[in-house]
Design a protein. Structure first.
Length: 504
């Protein structure tokens, strides 16, 4: 394994050697992806340039929901080719490449390095039937006490339990599969490994006894690699295809996109008065704390909190709750009915409505499906005994109030379960641009909210690469100061308003 070392204690930055260097971030979500170039300055922060965007999504293949990985890889190569052209045109060189994606899903590769089938998507229902057989061999309490992972029926452990013949095959999580096809190196990045249900949250290693209990080989997954370590350099054929030197390294970052996003939270624990909470707000909301050690208590399991690995061995102690999917689905329904309100105007109208309106439980699985979200929300309100007008502003305000209340409940639970006290809440991702949601979150949590940056995932990806290359130095606190230096941040103070509890 190639390792690009860094000093996690110091904060001095080498000068000269990395002038003109940029870092390529491959950032792929479940609906879209992009390739970005990141330029790093300890004084002015990180700037990002998007050079390639592409769609992503599940497709039905052989009766199952899968990812069109061949098309995904072709887009990654096209993006890297464009990145190389853009960088060269500006007299720059790409110092390294980092990859982050969603978690849980994997592809199966044979001994010759061939992908044997397009990877299944977590949205496929195949793993539902595997949950009970897995729990007969490994009860949920034992699983949680070792892995600290919240129960989700699509966790990798349940997906693997549906596989029939794994002889001679290895499982590569999606970002590791891309890195393998770029470099030929088989590794499993630790932040994503921690989402499989087969990772020991304390030891930071594979829970090999669980693999054995399920009849899976101990080497089913490749060895672990940590953020900042190098998978290797580009294969000659890949280098030629994208127009980069074959010496270009592919560096492990927080390959679970939330790990990269949390690494880019611009927290200053000295200025903010201690521990901070974060909300990675987008289609879904991930709300939690950054901890030095996992919380593996039965109370934590019952509260459905998860302990996932972060950059520098930290623990992302969080819960996945509802997000802005609710609003985007409402917008889609309204557009199909011929009404396309401007989002800024819609949020302004919602903000003008009085506080204390009806709320829903944004975590309810009832809202996962995409059909007629406005009526679903109104029906959920009716079940609480309240009424919600069929008015876009009122429905939007209900969504924002409900999300903020959900964030507050989750934060209170996290503080109690982890025995922590939080001084400030950082909102990163797309939701950081939503002033109404940020203000309501400050009001509901009774804490200041610092909103931004929007592109936290790509920023975290780039900074881990930059540190691995020696372009910057220091631990997460220093990296976060670099983020803060270049980010547009807005602070929301809690208003002196009564906080209405959610009516579920």
């Amino acid at each position: 394994m190639n390792t690009l070392s860094h000093d996690i204690d110091g904060a001095d930055t080498p000068s000269g050697a990395f002038a003109g260097s940029v870092f390529a971030a491959v950032d792929i979500g479940a609906s879209s992806g992009r390739v970005m170039l990141g330029r790093v300055s300890p004084e002015s922060g990180v700037s990002l340039e998007t050079v390639h965007r592409f769609p992503n999504g599940v497709v039905e293949i052989d009766g199952g929901l899968r990812w069109n990985f061949d098309a995904l890889l072709a887009e990654v190569l096209a993006g890297l080719r464009t990145a190389a052209t853009v960088a060269a045109g500006q007299g720059e060189r790409i110092a390294s490449i980092g990859i982050d994606t969603w978690a849980v899903d994997y592809g199966l590769v044979d001994a010759a390095g061939n992908l044997v089938a397009q990877p299944f998507s977590y949205r496929d229902d195949r793993s539902r039937a595997a949950v009970e057989p897995v729990h007969r061999k490994l009860d949920p309490e034992r699983l949680y006490a070792t892995t600290g992972l919240q129960f989700l029926q699509f966790n990798t452990i349940y997906q693997l339990a549906t596989e029939k013949d794994l002889d001679g095959l290895q499982a590569l999580l999606i970002p590791d599969l891309i890195a393998f096809l770029l470099t030929g190196a088989r590794r499993t990045e630790a932040t994503n490994a921690s989402t499989t249900g087969l990772f020991d949250a304390v030891a930071g290693e594979w829970a090999t006894e669980f693999l054995a209990a399920l009849g899976l080989r101990k080497d089913l997954f490749p060895p672990l690699i940590q953020p900042g370590e190098a998978f290797g350099t580009l294969l000659p054929a890949i280098a030629e295809a994208v127009g980069l030197p074959s010496s270009t390294p592919v560096v492990a970052v927080g390959s679970h996109d939330t790990a990269s996003a949390v690494a880019a939270v611009p927290a200053d624990t000295d200025a903010d008065g201690g521990d901070f909470a974060y909300v990675s707000s987008g289609t879904w909301s991930l709300v939690g704390l950054e901890l030095p050690n996992p919380v593996l208590t039965e109370a934590s399991r019952e509260a459905n909190f998860t302990n996932e690995r972060g950059v520098d061995g930290t623990v992302r102690y969080l819960r996945n709750i509802g997000g802005l999917w609710l609003l985007s689905e409402c917008q889609r329904t309204w557009a199909s009915e011929g009404f396309q309100p401007d989002l800024v105007a819609l949020l302004g109208a919602a903000a003008a409505l009085p506080a204390g309106g009806p709320q829903i439980n944004a975590d309810d699985p009832y809202f996962i499906a995409p059909d007629n979200m406005p009526e679903r929300i109104r029906a959920a309100v009716r079940r609480t005994g309240a009424l919600l007008p069929n008015d876009p502003a009122a429905i939007t305000r209900c969504i924002m109030d409900s999300l903020a209340a959900g964030y507050a409940r989750t934060l209170a639970d996290a503080e109690r379960l982890a025995d922590r006290s939080v001084g400030v809440v950082h909102v990163v991702g797309g939701g950081s641009q939503n002033a109404l949601l940020c203000q309501l979150t400050a009001d509901a949590t009774r804490r200041p909210v610092i909103a931004g940056p929007v592109e936290a995932t790509a920023l975290g990806n780039v900074l881990v690469q930059a540190r691995a290359a020696g372009a910057v130095a220091g631990g997460l606190p220093h990296l976060r100061r670099i983020i803060a230096a270049g980010a547009s941040l807005h602070r929301y103070e809690p208003l002196d308003l009564p906080v209405t509890a959610s009516r579920n």
